[in-house]
Write a protein that binds this ligand. Structure first.
Ligand SMILES: [Zn+2]
Length: 302
């Protein structure tokens, strides 16, 4: 009987063994995808600590983006996480990285607002922190994953940037920041041709031409924005009075597809390498509507 129990336990362990994607150590019950040791060793980029991080500087002279935040530095054994997401169908690692990325977004903005209030009015520290968070919460972010060509999406079964975006949205909402998934505004209109034999300029032009903007989707988005602003005016209990006035104004301006208030886009990609793809997408958004663009990626190649 005892032998049977040992045998059954060994088979179950073999069948349901979960191991860390990085170090292959067996995962404990509460651990998911990566073990606690590897989480502690993650090469965080700390791009959220400054508005002039290396990731921000890589966009100087390109499309005007408010902030570029990357969660990890793309190096060594941790590249495996992105590989698993992109090529191995591991969607749960994408959600996890997205949630971690979301928890780092707009921290710098909130801290900067808090600091300016502290310097200006010498209010209590708790009040400043709440004020900073309140200002960050006033925006409604439309989270735009960098699109895949439809053929590639069908082949892979999902868009890895959209998976990351879902994790980001979950995390932002937990912090009281309004965030909504916005797909279909940008389209990848063709497979990017092989880049290996092209020079730098040709490669850049090639990527710029690979995306298209969908004006029909924008019209729907503006209608949604007007409706949401109207609803928050009708239910002011969820907002403070200043915000209610602001949203009422937005609703009036957005009625009839007239866009006077800027939209706030959060553009998501898996890895920031040369930035050509994100530059092309940001340029399209900025060219076609009044908006601000913020970029967030799971990893950054320094
Ligand atoms: Zn590990």
């Amino acid at each position: 009987m005892e032998t049977l129990k040992v045998w059954a336990r060994s088979v179950l362990t073999l069948l349901f063994r979960r191991e860390c994607l990085i170090c292959h150590r067996e995962l404990r019950g509460f651990e998911k995808n990566i073990c606690t040791h590897c989480v502690a060793d993650l090469p965080l980029s700390y791009t959220w600590c400054s508005d002039k991080s290396e990731a921000d500087l890589s966009f100087y002279g390109r499309a005007y983006v408010e902030k570029v935040t990357s969660l990890l530095i793309y190096r060594g054994k941790f590249k495996e996480l992105l590989y698993q997401l992109k090529y191995k169908g591991n969607v749960s690692i994408g959600i996890m990285l997205g949630e971690m990325l979301g928890s780092k977004l707009f921290l710098h903005e909130e801290q900067a607002v808090s600091a300016s209030h502290t310097a200006g009015s010498q209010q209590s520290a708790g009040g400043d922190s709440q004020q900073g968070t309140a200002e960050a919460r006033q925006r409604r972010y439309y989270v735009v994953p960098v699109p895949l060509h439809w053929r590639k999406r069908i082949k892979r079964g999902y868009n890895q940037s959209a998976v990351l975006a879902k994790g980001v949205i979950k995390s932002l909402r937990e912090r009281g920041i309004e965030a909504r998934l916005c797909e279909g505004l940008l389209k990848r209109r063709r497979f990017t041709e092989t880049q290996t034999v092209k020079d730098r300029l040709s490669r850049w032009q090639n990527v710029q031409k690979a995306f298209a903007f969908n004006p029909i989707r924008l019209r729907r988005l503006l209608k949604t924005t007007a409706r949401l602003s109207k609803n928050s005016t009708l239910n002011p209990s969820k907002t403070n009075s200043g915000q209610a006035e602001h949203t009422a104004e937005t609703a009036r301006q957005s009625a009839g597809n007239q866009q006077l208030e800027p939209l706030h886009f959060l553009l998501i990609d898996d890895v920031l390498t040369t930035g050509a793809t994100l530059d092309a997408c940001a340029n399209l958004l900025l060219k076609n509507c009044r908006c601000t663009v913020t970029i967030a990626t799971a990893a950054f190649v320094p």
